[in-house]
Design a protein around this ligand. Structure first.
Ligand SMILES: C[S@@+](CC[C@H](N)C(=O)[O-])C[C@H]1O[C@@H](n2cnc3c(N)ncnc32)[C@H](O)[C@@H]1O
Length: 202
């Protein structure tokens, strides 16, 4: 059993209060058009699902590696009765459209607090980018610090995250109309929170 399997039951209570406005900003930057399909990876316990649906997504596919997080996300979907949200266990580095029961690439890709956590994060981004349709948008919410301060070290312990990774760069290199905007951060985040967003060339 992995770290996030153990953490899953406590995740919402301990983490979400620090990311409400920032998560909303990331979802906003996706500029979702009504009925579009959104891949939310890693979905964790599904904290972005409500915002994605409210923004107009016609279908949300949430993917996470940890079974414990997947279980919590599925519980949320069941309790809310969301028939337009699928939750699948998968690895960012290898997951395919077939694994997600999708015939077409997705219209929008949300990578929320994921790339600082993933092993082989650049390979993971490459794989996820391949699942996005030409003309589609990708948004990243994550944390960056040049050096790890005290809370950066806490991030390693508490979230298995390395905040020194420049996780927006592969998106900047590949996308059109790239933007990276710092959003509200406190010392507790262990670095500066940002939303990076860009469109895949059509
Ligand atoms: C900090 S949590 C963020 C979860 C969610 N996006 C949120 O905003 O609450 C990081 C998540 O990344 C997942 N994860 C780690 N490695 C992964 C991988 N290789 N593929 C997919 N998910 C992974 C963990 O299981 C965990 O749920």
């Amino acid at each position: 059993m992995g770290y996030y399997d153990l953490f899953a039951p406590f995740y919402d209570g301990s983490v979400e209060q620090h990311y409400v406005a920032q998560r909303a900003a990331a979802i906003d930057s996706l500029a979702i058009e009504a009925g579009q399909t959104v891949l939310d990876l890693p979905c964790g316990t599904g904290l972005s699902f409500a915002g994605l649906r409210a923004a107009g997504a016609g279908k949300v596919v949430g993917v996470d590696f940890a079974q414990g997080m997947v279980k919590q996300a599925k519980k949320r979907v069941d309790e809310e009765g969301w028939s337009d949200v699928d939750v699948v266990q998968g690895d960012a580095r290898t997951v395919s459209l077939g694994d997600l029961n999708l015939e077409q690439p997705v219209d929008r890709l949300l990578i929320c607090l994921g790339l600082t956590c993933f092993p082989d994060w650049e390979a993971a981004f490459d794989n996820l980018w391949g699942l996005l349709a030409p003309g589609g948008r990708c948004s990243i919410l994550d944390i960056h610090a040049e050096k790890r301060g005290f809370y950066g070290l806490v991030a390693i312990f508490a979230a298995q995250a390395d905040v020194r990774r420049p996780v927006w760069r592969p998106l900047e290199d590949r996308s059109e109309d790239f933007s990276r905007v710092d959003v509200e951060s406190t010392a507790l985040h262990g670095g500066t929170l940002f939303v990076a967003s860009g469109q895949k060339p059509a």
